[in-house]
Write a protein of this length. Structure first.
Length: 330
């Protein structure tokens, strides 16, 4: 049994906490919203984020950071990607010295251009920082449906051992030591899902969506490798796996956001779509590395109001004819 603290009481934090409690771990949650914490602890629901899903009786949440972190061996950071540095700052004074920290948010910090593990490492340099990412909807995990994710730590043997400890019926973990690769896949697939959603919203058809997913995946790999990821990691659960899930199900908030944009609907009040916050900084990083990323650039132009969805669809499907794999064909 592990003592786990989950920072964040939204859909994913609550789903992970639920899975770990069901597996017999000692789980405490911290959240900034007292009402949500009381609802989780007293009525075993988190209605705003997980609807009518029943949470385990043994699950409790609190706004008391020190209490939530007391004696924690593993601390999961599950607030939205752009708030991870704030949460790490709040946790810093209360964190047990030997706690292992795991980044679970999917996004690049837009102020610093850092990955989630780099953000946490910058605030809390004395701790080992890992990453948990892969194709997994909170709604599936909380229902006990099976999912498979990748757990990356700097040390492969330690990742293997922790993956064994934390795996259960709803969450099956595969171990990796590619910290960069596992998080780049998770961050960039959100941007691709918005682009594919824009295509779906305009009714371009399944064939065009498959083309866009494939070309988007090529971008994800090019940029990921330039940032230090291993290509084989991006072929795995946290790259290709999560891209497939997120670009194919309307349960995805990023995909749904893209559909709304692509069909001309108002996006005000839609749920968290991390790709919206990552797209510009991802393009900046790509430009710094001299990497061509037309799908991500087009998504950025649409989301920042510089191009219409209709123009974007035309632009994406009228790219110059060239070799599919330029590194092989030219
Ligand atoms: N929902 C899902 O199926 C999955 C989500 N993720 C990732 O997990 C991360 C969190 O997503 P969700 O829980 O789904 O989002 P959510 O929108 O359901 O919940 C976000 C939670 O963070 C809290 N929050 C927002 N700003 C905060 C701040 N500055 N300080 C502290 N707490 C803050 C909110 O009050 C809320 O409780 C995202 O990066 C997402 O990509 C990863 C895998 C699956
Ligand atoms: O990351 C996810 C699935 O792996 C959740 O996707 P959305 O954030 O698009 O809902």
């Amino acid at each position: 049994m592990a003592r786990i603290c989950i920072l964040g009481t939204g859909a994913w934090g609550t789903a992970l906490a639920t899975a770990f409690v069901r597996q017999g771990h000692d789980v405490r949650m911290w959240g900034r919203n007292a009402e949500t914490c009381a609802e989780i602890s007293e009525t075993h629901r988190n209605h705003a984020y997980l609807g009518e899903a029943c949470l385990p009786d043994g699950l409790s949440a609190s706004t008391d950071m020190a209490g939530a972190l007391e004696n924690a061996q593993i601390v999961l950071f599950v607030a939205p990607a752009q708030s991870t540095s704030d949460v790490a700052g709040l946790a810093a004074p209360q964190l047990p010295g030997d706690a292992l920290l795991i980044a679970c948010a999917k996004g690049i910090d837009r102020r610093s251009g850092q990955t989630q593990s780099e953000v946490i490492d910058a605030c809390l340099p004395d701790h080992v920082v890992g990453v948990l990412s892969g194709p997994s909807f909170a709604a599936d995990v909380v229902r006990g449906l099976p999912t498979a994710l990748t757990l990356a730590l700097p040390d492969q043997a330690r990742a293997q051992s922790l993956a064994q400890t934390l795996s259960g019926d709803a969450i099956r973990l595969y171990a990796s030591d590619d910290i960069v690769g596992v998080q780049i896949g998770g961050a960039l697939k959100n941007v691709m899902a918005i682009a594919v959603g824009i295509c779906r919203g305009g009714g371009m058809g399944a064939s065009a969506e498959a083309a866009l997913i494939t070309r988007g995946y090529a971008e994800l790999v090019r940029l990921g490798v330039a940032m230090g990821a291993r290509a084989e990691t991006l072929m795995g659960l946290s790259g290709l796996g999560d891209l497939v899930l997120t670009c194919s199900s309307e349960l995805s908030r990023n995909f749904s956001y893209g559909i709304a944009v692509g069909s001309g609907h108002d996006v005000t009040g839609l749920k968290l779509a991390e790709g919206v916050h990552t797209v510009s900084i991802a393009n900046e990083i790509a430009a710094r590395h001299g990497i061509s990323c037309p799908v991500m650039q087009t998504a950025d132009l649409v989301l920042s109001g510089r191009m219409s969805a209709e123009e974007a669809r035309t632009a994406l499907m009228s790219r110059p004819i060239k070799a599919e794999h330029p590194e092989i064909g030219q």
